[in-house]
Design a binder for this molecule. Sequence first.
Ligand code: FAD
Length: 419
Amino acid sequence: MEKSTQVIIAGAGAGGLILALSLHQIGVDCRVYEAVPDIRPIGAGINLLPHAVRELDELDLVPALDKVGIRTKDASYFTHHGQLVYTEPAGEAAGYPWPQFSIHRGDMQFTFLDAVRERLGPDSVQTGHRLVKVDQDEDGVTAHFVDPEGNALPPVRGGMLVGADGIKSALRKQFYPDEGEPIYSGLTIWRGVTPFKPFLSGANTIRIGWMSVGKLMVYPIRNNIDAEGNQLMNWVATLERPKPESYDWNRHASLDDFFEPYKNWHFDWLDVPALLQKTDPILIFPMVDRDPLKTWTFGRATLLGDAAHPMYPRGSNGAGQAILDARFLAGCIKRMGVGAEALQAYDKERVAATSKVVLMNRKNPPDAILREVHERSGGRKFDHINDVISVDELKSISSNYKQVAGFDIEQLKARPAFV
Ligand SMILES: Cc1cc2nc3c(=O)[nH]c(=O)nc-3n(C[C@H](O)[C@H](O)[C@H](O)COP(=O)(O)OP(=O)(O)OC[C@H]3O[C@@H](n4cnc5c(N)ncnc54)[C@H](O)[C@@H]3O)c2cc1C
């Protein structure tokens, strides 16, 4: 028997769930169809920057995020010798009216999922539904799903389909059958979370080193997780490597694969080898993205989030841009109704905006600060950072990224609400 809803959403990641909450906010009926039979808190940490948190605030999700995440206070950059390059305040400490959150991906997803189930009803997210294909006619779309064994499920009829189905998007494959695999950057990422004692401000996002000598990002994502006052610490190590064999978000790796460059990083403020050695499991993922598309929209079906614009996770913008897509699309639907016109308006704005972020993440993400210092110093210790690069230049790398990604403080404060 065919079911129906106004907006069919494929994928219960950040993008799909925030779209569902936003459509509920404007009184549009929708349902989320998720491939996995049982949603589990997979992954490691994610930073939600103020432009994304503004949208979450407009959905009244900040109190729930405060229960599980950490309000980030500052962002700092160090060389692989442990020398401070640059530090700047983050979130409210930087003067934004909205905080920045450092959070476990699972805690973020379950915060959104709980809110969807509470506000839209227990049946609003249907798990075990993998989108395989969409058909369209003049009046709407028919989405086809299979269960985890590959058996066809009853098709779902709707006024519109949004493919928020991640980096392996089935809808994108239907639109662009010849596109092939995501593009490998030459960099591989290892990541993990482990209990560890707080360092520096206790709410700092730090980036250390450079790809050729070992690059590491570390930030806490949960406070007071035990009687010793430890935090749940998230880290991401990045090294130049041949392409790993698969890109499954839950693939495990061993410490020996990547430990060597980090083995002497015993800094006063953080013992990196101890942090890495304590972590189990360690996850591995190739750093991949795709070339920006000219359009995500075909009639009454479109893409959103990683399905539309997978990007290198170097600027804390993957989840954030998915959230911005969802909110902008909801705003278009509020003004134009469910149909092709709203999708065209969404496509026109968000394809251009996110293409710039994808390209910026390739060339000049925030950690370009570390590339500049590494190249100009030849990877050697310096007496003073000003001998290598001026503070103004460091500030301008950081502020250029903020402008392109949409979280320049003045622009963000002045921007009208999406919904
Ligand atoms: C399991 C997992 C772990 C991750 N871990 C990290 C991490 O540690 N660090 C990081 O930076 N990023 C991680 N990411 C990516 C990060 O979540 C996204 O970059 C970002 O949040 C954008 O979200 P999204 O909603 O567009 O996509 P995603 O978060 O990828 O969500 C897509 C959802 O769609 C579902 N799906 C896939 N195919 C179909 C289909 N055909 N039909 C229906 N549903 C489908 C997936 O199961 C998933 O729930 C992870 C993603 C996943 C799926």
